[in-house]
Design a protein around this ligand. Structure first.
Ligand code: ATP
Length: 448
């Protein structure tokens, strides 16, 4: 990653262009809570759609699910979250700042150098009350991961989908963790979205599937244009593994804060189904008709963060270039992720140009996510589209009225071509499907 990409620059662009705002800003903001603006909501949805497309829509062996955020409290007993979903918390005896002990390099307060208390376990789950009476019986938790909804529905899904193992169940949704030290923009927040898939396999085949999914997940980021030099796989040492995991490998990204986890791929063995079988009293084993045997499936789990992936794609695509002596800031997003694919920009807000430009826009918006902008100078409008990562701008000038031709400007090369309006949709479809980017687009042929 270029040295020039700092978190401050990304935060500033996100605010300036409507990607991400601080939550409750007019009241001074709420720490580590963020809102996705008009451009950001499209961008994050594109990240999630790209994940869903690659994990569910293009596969025969994965189906989707959408579970409720609040679940029966016994789920969290069985999963081990009530007992052990905690981080070691230390507090400074002088300034009372709180820290995660496992993230400190020294045994002194990073803020004031003061002495720290001994660590105690701090459970990260948010508790709330269901119903009108605030008593213990009504305590429920906001889910700290989406995975458990998948495990407790394993039997429902296998029965109704009429699929055989190996079978994956995928889910995208909000998770909540009362993190001790949230921060670094959307990298670590208390409310975030996860993209998780539990892949149920026959014991003994799990190690091969684990390698397979680690490879697939790495390739997914690359297929969406992430630079290989900013990605690496880090295998967990045995003493680092969670108690339920047989193996784990992280996809790490070189964020402006350094190499950090983007996604974890874990071999959870039969831990979860075994726990839920025990605690619910329901046999969750699977009868394999092909091999004529019954077993508790093993699970391979690729678990990614939607917000964290979105942040990584922003950081990776953020570019500052020198163009004719001026700095051009541009997000070189893969077209599948770009919030706007094509912007229609009449040269000026002229009443002769407007009807023609609007007609062109009406045609394009049937096929692509578009923007129409006729305010300010054309230079400023290009700058805006560059900063939100719009792959193509279509400009309409006075000559267009005579020759029925328009100009397409390519975000990355700044090359311009002029072509007849009737060729516009097909040309843009081809270009958005990868021609201009030299990528093997996941979206070839699909609605860009
Ligand atoms: P960490 O060790 O950084 O706390 P973790 O290993 O507990 O993370 P997982 O439980 O494996 O994280 O969660 C899977 C993915 O969910 C992470 O790789 C990350 O992308 C995302 N994620 C987890 N916690 C957060 C958070 N607080 N804010 C944003 N994304 C998160």
């Amino acid at each position: 990653m270029s040295d020039a990409v700092t978190m401050d620059k990304i935060v500033s662009l996100c605010k300036r262009r409507g990607f991400i705002f601080q939550s409750s800003e007019i009241y001074g903001g709420l720490a580590s809570c963020w809102d996705y603006g008009p451009v950001g909501v499209e961008f994050k949805r594109n990240v999630k759609n790209a994940w869903w497309r690659s994990m569910v829509e293009t596969r025969d062996d994965v189906v989707g699910l959408d579970c409720s955020i609040m679940m029966h409290p016994m789920v969290w007993k069985a999963s081990g979250h009530i007992e052990s979903f905690s981080d070691p918390l230390v507090e400074c005896k002088s300034c009372h700042m709180r820290w995660r002990a496992d993230q400190l390099e020294k045994q002194a307060c990073p803020s004031c150098g003061g002495e720290l208390t001994a660590p105690r376990n701090f459970n990260l789950m948010f508790k709330t009350f269901m119903g009108a009476v605030e008593d213990d019986a009504a305590v429920v938790y906001l889910r700290p991961e989406t995975a458990q909804g998948i495990f407790v529905n394993f039997e429902n899904v296998v029965t109704t989908s009429r699929k055989r193992l190996p079978l994956g169940i995928a889910q995208i949704g909000k998770s909540f963790r009362n993190e001790i030290t949230p921060g670094n923009f959307t990298f670590r927040t208390r409310e975030f979205e996860q993209m998780e898939m539990e892949f149920f396999v026959k014991p003994g085949t799990d190690e091969d599937w684990f390698r397979y999914w680690a490879g697939e997940r790495y390739k997914w980021y690359i297929s969406l244009g992430m630079r290989a030099e900013n990605l690496r796989m880090r295998e967990h040492a045995k003493d680092e593994l969670a108690h339920y995991a047989k193996a784990c490998v992280d996809v790490e990204y070189l964020f402006p804060i350094g190499w950090s986890e983007l996604e974890g791929i874990a071999n959870r063995a039969d831990y979860d189904l075994k726990q839920h079988s025990t605690w619910s009293g329901k046999d969750l084993s699977y009868f394999d008709t092909q091999d004529n045997e019954r077993y508790l499936p093993y699970v391979i789990e690729p678990s990614a963060g939607a917000d964290r992936s979105a942040l990584a794609f922003l950081a990776d695509s953020y570019t500052e270039e020198d163009v004719e002596g001026a700095t051009r800031t541009v997000l070189k997003l893969h077209p599948a992720l770009a919030p706007v694919k094509v912007a229609v920009l009449p040269l000026s807000k002229n009443e002769r140009l407007a009807p023609f430009a609007k007609e062109v826009h009406a045609k394009l918006r049937q096929c692509f996510a578009t923007d129409y902008d006729d305010t300010q100078s054309i230079g400023r409008r290009y700058r805006r589209q560059d900063e939100i990562g719009t792959p193509f701008c279509v400009t309409i000038d006075f000559e267009s009225l005579d020759d029925n031709q328009v100009t397409i400007r390519d975000r990355d090369s700044l090359a311009q071509i002029r072509l007849p309006v009737e060729n516009l949709v097909d040309t843009l479809k081809t270009k958005l499907a990868g021609e201009a980017f030299g990528t093997d687009s996941l979206w070839a042929g699909a609605r860009a």
